[in-house]
Design a protein around this ligand. Structure first.
Ligand code: MG
Length: 281
């Protein structure tokens, strides 16, 4: 990791180590895992799942995934125990640690508009490039040539634009595609809800890569740290920028190391006090 970034992160990590609880809010695709054309092949960067497992076990840290994917899609990639909480579809779904799923019921207008968007894909013979989720449809063009991607983007914007406009659905571009979805779905809203449930004293970090993570970065302002994880820097509301996979692994490694060292020194000083007590008796 660049030394100046490490120096700036250090006070936050010390707070994490000294706290009785900490939270890591993590986007998945592009942040913990490299992009893959085949989305079911998007395994995390080597080492990431392992260090997260150790953080969960040794650092009194809650790991929470906040993804654009369906919530049940994410956990098999990470295989962390006990299972982390997952907010899916940009916060529209919430899968708790016991596996129970919370999902707001969608109104008829939203459902009608989503079936219109689906029908349009059918007419255009584009359903094969789409991902269907509860409350959302995404068209992906990752892996296509630049020209094909541009053409597909233009077509989808033209077809879905009016549907979104009339129904109040959100039409949002992300890295490698576009998505039409229920307007309640927003990572910023998810982060705000989550933060409202925990003590303001709990240190929290949010890591994400995409334009959809910007709302979450903004929601983190005044609370903990926000980190853009991306091979190249872009204009962002995040306070830090880390280059994956190396700097991401450095960051998670430092999280683990700082809290393990802190626990060890606490144990040692407890031992010293205990020995002194014995000496007095
Ligand atoms: Mg992402």
């Amino acid at each position: 990791m660049r030394p100046e970034v490490q120096a700036e992160l250090s006070p936050f990590l010390q707070t994490v180590a000294a706290s009785t609880e900490a939270v890591l809010l993590l986007d998945y695709d592009g942040t913990l895992a490299p992009f893959r054309t085949q989305r079911d092949q998007a395994f995390p960067y080597p080492g990431v799942a392992l260090v997260l497992q150790e953080i969960v076990r040794d650092c009194r840290t809650r790991v929470v995934v906040v993804s654009g994917r369906d919530a049940s899609d994410v956990l098999p990639f990470l295989n962390i125990h006990p299972r982390p909480e997952v907010w899916g579809i940009h916060g529209l779904q919430r899968m708790k640690t016991d596996g129970s799923m919370e999902m707001p019921s969608l109104d008829d207008r939203t459902l009608d508009a989503l079936s219109d968007a689906d029908r349009w894909l059918g007419h255009q013979q584009l359903r094969h490039s789409a991902e269907f989720k509860a409350g959302s449809i995404a068209v992906h063009w990752r892996g296509m040539s630049e020209k094909d991607a541009k053409d597909l983007r233009a077509r989808v914007m033209l077809g879905w634009g009016p549907i979104a406009e009339q129904s109040g659905l959100d039409l949002l571009e992300f890295d490698g595609g576009v998505e039409v979805r229920a307007s309640e779905a927003d990572k910023g809203e998810a982060v705000r809800t989550f933060l409202s449930e925990i003590s303001p004293a709990v240190p929290v970090a949010y890591l994400g890569d995409d334009t959809t993570d910007e709302a979450a970065f903004l929601a983190m302002e005044g609370r903990g740290i926000s980190v853009l994880v991306r091979p190249t820097w872009r204009e962002t509301a995040a306070r830090f920028w880390l280059k994956p996979p190396d700097e991401l692994l450095d960051f998670l490694g430092l999280w683990l190391k700082t809290c393990v060292e802190h626990s060890a020194s606490r144990r040692n000083s407890a031992k010293t006090v205990h020995t002194m007590d014995k000496g007095v008796r």
